[in-house]
Design a protein around this ligand. Structure first.
Ligand SMILES: Cc1ncc(COP(=O)(O)O)c(C=O)c1O
Length: 410
């Protein structure tokens, strides 16, 4: 198999996506400003019937939101164990303290009982993460937040609702954070948004967006080159050539790192940027096929769920049917070993969500504010989780191939 099965090698990069990104690459005079940015902001505002601000990534959007909330410096913000470093970093950069609460292995989301035990007089916000698109129990979380007078942020980095989709997303939270990163629900390679009906905070975010700097031409060019680099190297990944191309692209700085070394050490800059119009144009194009993307994710999730039932693979029982999962999680005793064996078949399932409570595993856990041992269930999960791809370039035939190989390994 020359072309790999993967999570992270340009998961949205179909031929049509590649052509769109090349088109944007040519329209260099429109890269920064332009009507595409206004279009995306207004479309999201109409979609969620709320106000919207755009930034150059989800983590920047979250940082701007947090520092404009009406809460005191040093307040505590609860996030779940088994999360992405982007969350604690944004919390620290905004001057607050992240508090990690236990994850529920049945949903990969916040364990609501454990969460209540973490709330004290310093707690001001809960960030809910719909992990891999598994919808959190928003009704219970809203009730709990109201009981304690807390703000509720929905981190929708892994899922966006569609017409047939989960209706409970984006309804109960005070704020929604979206990400348009390269492997997210809809991808502009990078980008993020905050959506809210809270007009006083929305006014502050609008000012922040207006005052934010533009990304440099060189950074925008690197982001727009990402689809091209993966489109060229992916089909050759089974040969050494593809791997060498990617390493060379990364070493010569043609690729923008998803998470930098500094971020892994717990640092996020307080400077934020506006979302480039060229990336907004890519998201606009993705929205045209968004229902099809989500239906594709549903179809693959159904195939994996049937295989898991047939082969008695353990998977989180809270996965509701018809969810457009960003990836389908199964739980195995030693996920690293399975991933290692899969590599021999040119199957690369390390998506960064493995081996640590605050992901990826190279993160300095203490610097992220996580005290090892405080979320044992989340830590155990991170060692057992093996996610199966549902992204737009993962074919159904590849899913069956993967299942066949897994059936022999597990
Ligand atoms: C759950 C979650 N929230 C937030 C983010 C941050 O999004 P972005 O990559 O757009 O900064 C990520 C990113 O990887 C994520 O997985």
């Amino acid at each position: 198999m020359l072309s790999p099965i993967h999570h992270t090698f340009g998961p949205h990069v179909t031929v049509a996506y590649l052509l769109q990104s090349l088109k944007q690459l040519c329209l260099f005079w429109n890269w920064k400003n332009g009507k595409e940015r206004d279009w995306l902001r207004e479309t999201l505002a109409q979609w969620f019937e709320a106000r919207c601000s755009l930034f150059s990534s989800g983590r920047e959007a979250l940082l701007v939101l947090l520092r404009n909330l009406p809460i005191d410096q040093g307040s505590e913000i609860i996030v779940q164990g088994f999360t992405c470093i982007a969350l604690p970093n944004a919390i620290h950069a905004a001057g607050f303290t992240p508090v990690f609460s236990e994850a529920d292995p049945n949903t990969l989301n916040l364990d609501i009982e454990a969460l209540e035990g973490k709330i004290n007089s310093r707690t001001k916000v809960i960030i809910v993460q719909h992990t891999f698109g598994i919808v959190a129990d928003m009704q219970s979380l809203r009730t709990l937040a109201d009981k304690h007078g807390l703000l509720l942020i929905e981190d929708c980095a892994h899922v966006l609702p569609d017409t047939t989709g989960p209706k409970r997303i984006g309804v109960h939270g005070d704020f929604l954070m979206l990400s348009f990163g390269r492997d997210k629900a809809a991808s502009g390679v990078s980008g993020g948004a905050i959506i809210t009906k809270n007009t006083s905070v929305a006014d502050l975010l609008k000012k922040e967006e207006e005052a934010a700097s533009e990304l440099s031409f060189i950074t925008i060019k690197r982001l727009l080159l990402y689809p091209f680099i993966y489109a060229v190297s992916k089909p050759l990944y089974g040969l050494i050539v593809g791997k060498c191309l990617l390493v060379a692209a990364s070493k010569c700085g043609a690729l923008v790192a998803v998470i930098t070394k500094k971020e892994k050490e717990g640092y996020q800059s307080t400077e934020v940027h506006r979302m480039p119009a060229a990336l907004c144009a890519l998201v606009r194009w993705e929205f045209k096929r968004f229902q099809a993307i989500n239906d594709h994710r549903r179809a693959l999730s159904k195939i994996y769920a049937a295989a898991a039932a047939k082969h008695s693979w353990n998977f989180p029982s809270g996965i509701q049917e018809h969810l457009p999962l960003q990836k389908f999680p199964i739980l195995v005793p030693d996920a690293d070993q399975v991933r290692m064996k899969l590599k021999r078949h040119n199957i690369h399932l390390d998506d960064g969500w493995t081996g640590a409570s605050v992901c990826p595993r190279a993160v300095n856990q203490e610097a992220a504010g996580y005290i090892p041992g405080t979320c044992p269930k989340a830590q155990r999960l991170s060692g057992q989780i093996l996610t199966l791809p549902t992204h737009p370039t993962m074919k159904q035939s590849q899913a069956h191939q993967l299942i066949g190989i897994l059936a022999k390994i597990i």
